[in-house]
Design a protein around this ligand. Structure first.
Ligand code: NDP
Length: 250
């Protein structure tokens, strides 16, 4: 039986762990060749082997998505290596704690630079090749924080609200060229996202929030990404919200 994404080429940012890593594997299982980007080269090397063992091609593209040249190069090298880019999954993201009055501005800028600008850079670079092909899927990993606000994660929520807004404006801009844009808003998902939080109290809060027992798994999020990309061309699933059943917040 033909796999649902056979012959497609995908680029996944934030592929060295969590949702991005699971997405890269799920896309490969569905038959796509996959380029993977993140900063941890050792993780990418292991993932290349995992993807190739699934019978498709893989390409590691190390880089910092907050650096425009790195993010743009990831798209350009994907196209140069595979000849096209059908699917772009932007999963690179970070979270830090804090309100406004005492905010660490360096951290605030970094959250916006990675979560918003990193995605702006890759999308900007991918639209040209996707337009030339007459099709393409851009799937941006947002968050439940893209629809809610709270003082402890001002920067994160601001970056994800902006990401949602950027994505929907972009959808309107490029849909006429056959390019589909989707925002996936995960709730608590078992990943490493809490490990890089600098504030120790917020780090332990996030570590328990993303604890295995009460979360969705990264591979369950990845299944939604494959579902979106495998739709008939006329169907654009533009927004998905997935959260644990135990999350009964509004
Ligand atoms: P992980 O920490 O497991 O994965 C984050 C990925 O982003 C890693 O591969 C990391 O790779 C990469 N990354 C971080 N900063 C950069 C950078 N500057 N340049 C390139 N890559 C970078 O967390 P998740 O899988 O949970 O996070 C994926 C996305 O899901 C994020 O956008 C996050 O906001 C979102 N999300 C997660 C939720 C959760 O509960 N886990 C809930 C809602 C949304 P490396 O360090 O190697 O560069």
């Amino acid at each position: 039986m033909t796999k649902s994404l056979a012959g497609r080429v995908a680029l996944v940012t934030g592929a060295s762990s969590g949702i991005g890593e699971a997405a890269a594997i799920a896309l490969a299982e569905a038959g796509a060749d996959v380029a993977i980007s993140a900063r941890r080269v050792d993780r990418l090397a292991v993932l290349v082997k995992t993807i190739e063992a699934l019978g498709v091609r893989a390409l590691a593209l190390p880089g910092d998505v907050a650096i425009e040249a790195d993010a743009t190069a990831a798209v350009e090298k994907t196209v140069a290596h595979f000849g096209k880019i059908d699917i772009l999954v932007n999963s690179a993201g970070i979270i830090q704690a804090g309100g406004i009055e005492n905010t660490n501005l360096e951290e605030y800028r970094r959250v916006v630079d990675v979560n918003l600008m990193g995605t702006v850079y890759t999308c900007r670079a991918a639209i040209g090749p996707m337009k030339a092909q007459g099709h393409g899927d851009i799937i941006n990993i947002s968050s439940q924080a893209g629809r809610k606000n709270a003082p402890p994660f001002n920067a994160y929520a601001a970056s994800k609200h902006a990401l949602n807004s950027m994505s929907d404006s972009m959808r309107q801009e490029v849909g006429g060229h056959g390019i589909r844009v989707c925002v996936l808003m995960p709730g608590a998902t078992a990943t490493e996202v809490a490990n890089n939080v600098t504030d120790p109290n917020f780090r332990s809060f996030m570590q328990s929030h993303t604890n295995e027992s009460n979360t969705v798994s990264a591979s369950e999020m990845a299944a939604a990404i494959v579902f979106v990309a495998a739709q008939p061309q006329r169907v654009n699933i533009d927004m998905i919200s997935i959260r644990p059943t135990s999350d009964t917040s509004h």
